[in-house]
Write a protein that binds this ligand. Structure first.
Ligand code: 13P
Length: 366
């Protein structure tokens, strides 16, 4: 169901940064241990400073699953992460997303109708009992439930290798339908030793994904035609320009980047892994990073003994991943103090049951 973000009352819109910090700080203190704020690494500093715990999308799902006490989990991230937190937390807990516009365009590139149709079309060509569906965390709860029902699992950028190895393991599957990010699927496939002929792109707009029967039968990995608009912007030319300027520089990229970018990098990893990579680099290092700009900027600010730059000089910020701002956080927290639960993210019981199966498989594999 589509829910629209209601415009904020004027007092939040006109508040200064200092006023907002006071509102958030006071609400947080009043709520005490009833509240737990989770922050994804892409959040702005003005929001991240209030997080009780930070993480990549895998770490945050683990934190949500382990947070059994707090009555309210305020998720400073995006919609699919908040849905996963709702699925993994108890019935006595409520998950709130401060701004309902915080979404992910890649997650919207695959919906349940398209995936069900693709599965049915595949069933005309191959025995789908040998196909394991794997969904990237960046997907709706309905897709996670589909995967749970059909013997598959969720993966994130930090565990895609382990999850694909599991999916193609002895006695489980011969083929994987991977959605919605073709790049993470392809990069992981190459990492596992598969070649270009083992992986084909499934275009949901075309009959049988735009493939022939033989191509579907012979592919080990069928990669959904989806992508992240921010990570897809990074090109090999950016890396070449960075290396020309900094011959000893270190290149770190997120696996949502295209394969021709990933193969030129010194380190490929999730947001958490990129943070660890920067921490491990020697003092004085110059590091070029391909991921969302708020994280790159924070890494630069927090490691003054190293130079951290974005590999794309034009820097295209993700308008939805870092959507949550001080006014929305203050609005949601003050609502909780007043007993008004705003922007609760709630997955219906049947979807949640199967989405939990898929998420828990991921947690068990990793
Ligand atoms: P991480 O799992 O690396 O935090 O990635 C989340 C994401 O949405 C990347 O665009």
């Amino acid at each position: 169901m589509l829910r629209l973000q209601t415009p904020l009352p004027e007092r939040y819109r006109i508040a200064s940064d200092g006023d907002l910090a006071d509102m958030i700080g006071q609400a947080k203190a009043a709520l005490g241990s009833r509240l737990f704020i989770l922050g994804h690494h892409y959040q702005r500093d003005e929001v991240m400073q209030w997080a009780d715990a930070r993480g990549d999308s895998f770490g945050l799902s683990r934190l949500a699953a382990g947070q059994t006490e707090a009555e309210f989990i305020v998720f400073c991230g995006v919609h699919f992460m908040a849905e996963s937190a709702d699925v993994l937390t108890g019935d006595h807990q409520r998950v709130l997303l401060p701004d309902l516009n915080a979404g992910c365009s890649m997650a919207d590139m695959a919906n349940i109708d398209q995936v069900t149709e693709a599965w049915d079309e595949m069933a005309d060509v191959v025995d789908t009992s040998g196909v394991v569906p794997i969904t990237y965390m960046n997907s709706s709860a309905a897709l996670k439930a589909f995967v749970g029902r059909h013997g598959g699992a969720v993966c994130t950028s930090s565990n895609a290798r382990a999850v694909l190895t599991w999916a193609l393991g002895e006695g489980r599957g011969d083929q994987v339908l991977f959605f919605p990010d073709q790049h993470l699927g392809r990069n992981t496939g190459y990492e596992l030793g598969y070649g270009a002929d083992d992986m084909r792109v499934w275009n949901p707009r075309l009959a049988l994904g735009g493939l022939t029967d033989v191509e579907v039968k012979e592919s080990t990995l069928l990669l959904w035609k989806g992508h992240c608009s921010v990570h897809q912007r990074f090109r090999p030319e950016h890396i070449a320009a960075f290396r020309a300027e900094h011959p000893d520089g270190i290149v770190m990229v997120h696996p949502e980047c295209a394969h021709e970018v990933v193969e030129l990098a010194d380190l490929v990893g999730s947001t958490d892994n990129l943070i660890r990579g920067v921490a491990a680099a020697p003092p004085g290092a110059v590091i070029g990073i391909a991921t969302e700009i708020h994280l790159v900027k924070r890494l630069g600010d927090e490691t003054p003994d190293k130079t951290v730059v974005c590999l794309d000089p034009l820097v295209c910020p993700c308008s939805t991943m870092s959507r949550i701002d001080g006014p929305h956080l203050a609005w949601v927290l003050e609502g909780l103090v007043e007993g008004d639960v705003r922007n609760q993210i709630s997955v219906d019981a049947e979807t949640a049951e199967w989405a939990r199966v898929a998420l828990e498989r991921m947690l068990a594999i990793t």
